[in-house]
Design a binder for this molecule. Structure first.
Ligand SMILES: *Cc1c(COP(=O)(O)O)cnc(C)c1O
Length: 412
């Protein structure tokens, strides 16, 4: 019989845009005993998780709960629950994840209209508002922080324009929640999707979402009756039921409400992890956490620039939690990543599509975002590039980063 070794994953320094390292308190939370899904002790944990999510999303929405599945499960749940076949959905695209929104919206039967921006830049919010005014879509779906390009899209005026034409504004904040400000209510975002394995520093496997009464109204209009039949109110024959059971927000919110109508079996262990991860986020404090991400970004950027490396993307819209670097000419980006992993135990990311082979991406997210990791990645990258014969300035990167940490250099 074939035998297998004990499971013993290596301890890595994970400097990618997810999954990132997890606080040991979260890992400990995942080893606690199982509770039944209707056990009052467990439903209390569910309620506390909803409360903490409202704080993290900066919202007073009634609905804030996780979808079980990776972050795209949250995106699918929101889109499949609000898009009725034929609805016009406007998607401004400035990187890979905008294309994901298009793909999911099309599968929901949307008539998708796109706007595109060159990768490495973002839209002037007025361009998006003008398109909303022109197209009058039912829904606008867009990405807040593009992990593929390391850019962050400002929202000034977009929420107001959506209200003006009565469009719902859906935002993928998977990469940003818990790392950079996501002000759901202030920015008039109707539905927001977060991720666990990025700045919240919880393992992959849940997607926290929030949505307001405007979204709920559309969801309820489409709600199927509990008998499991598509028994839609005859008075509104044009309303189509949600094409997914698993992702039907109407059923999910009944499960997360005091009614506790059975839908799925909540993922006990992941819920423990999310609750502990959120508790740690709020204990640190949101604004302090955003500042921490900016500080380590500043040290990392100072180090990379002191080495003579060139950052990718428009610096005016740089996302604090992902730093993209142009791979220097003449070096194999994958050989460098392999040496970082093999010799230093450090993982950094490559990129997708048109940027494949062109840039590396270094994440500074959540628990991975700390001084030890930033200094470790800078030292290792310098040594690795030198080893590969790349012409860089040696001996400067760590000094530049240390100067930022000592408060001697102004953060970017
Ligand atoms: C990571 C990411 C996703 C997808 O997350 P999965 O957990 O892999 O499904 C979607 N959008 C953005 C912006 C991301 O960074």
């Amino acid at each position: 019989m074939k035998t297998y070794k004990d499971l013993s994953p290596s301890l890595r320094t994970i400097m990618t845009p997810g999954p990132v390292e997890v606080d040991p308190r979260v890992l400990r939370a995942m080893s606690y005993p199982i509770l039944g899904q209707f056990d009052p002790e467990f439903t209390e944990l569910m309620n506390e998780t909803m409360d903490m999510l409202r704080d993290v999303f900066q919202t007073s929405n009634q609905w804030a709960f996780p979808i079980d599945g990776t972050s795209r499960s949250g995106i699918e749940a929101v889109l499949v629950s609000i898009i009725e076949p034929g609805d016009k959905v406007l998607v401004p695209i400035y990187g890979r994840f905008g294309h994901l929104l298009v793909e999911i919206a099309e599968r929901c039967g949307a008539a998708v209209v796109t706007l595109e921006k060159a990768w490495g830049t973002v839209f002037d919010p007025e361009e998006i508002s003008a398109a909303i005014g022109r197209e009058k879509p039912a829904i606008v779906a867009m990405v807040h922080g593009e992990t593929s390009t390391g850019c962050v899209q400002p929202f000034d005026g977009i929420g107001e324009e959506c209200r003006r034409v009565d469009a719902l504004l859906v935002v993928d904040a998977v990469a940003t929640i818990g790392g950079v400000p996501v002000r759901t209510d202030e920015w008039l975002l109707d539905a927001v999707i977060g991720g666990t394995q990025k700045c919240l520093s919880v393992p992959s496997g849940m997607s926290p979402i929030t949505y307001n009464a405007r979204v709920e109204a559309k969801v309820l209009r489409r709600k199927t009756i509990e008998r499991g039949l598509r028994d839609i109110d005859a008075a509104v024959p044009t309303v189509r039921p949600v094409a997914s059971n698993y992702f039907d927000l109407g059923q999910l919110q009944d499960y997360w409400s005091p009614k506790r109508l059975n839908h799925h079996t909540e993922a006990t262990t992941m819920l423990y992890a999310l609750r502990e991860g959120l508790r740690i986020v709020l204990q640190e404090g949101l604004e302090a956490r955003f500042q921490r991400h900016k500080k380590h970004e500043a040290a990392l950027v100072a180090g990379l620039q002191a080495m003579g490396l060139t950052l990718y993307g428009d610096p005016t819209c740089k996302l604090a939690v992902v730093t993209c670097i142009r791979i220097p000419a003449g070096v194999d980006g994958e050989a460098v990543r392999a040496m970082l992993l093999g010799s230093f135990g450090i993982e950094i990311a490559s990129s997708f599509g048109p940027l494949k082979g062109q840039i590396w991406r270094i994440g500074t997210m959540g628990f991975s975002c700390n001084q030890k990791n930033v200094l470790h990645v800078l030292g290792a990258l310098e040594a690795t590039l030198h080893w590969h014969g790349v012409d860089i300035s040696t001996g400067k990167a760590l000094q530049a980063a240390l100067a930022v940490y000592a408060g001697e250099a102004t953060p970017c």
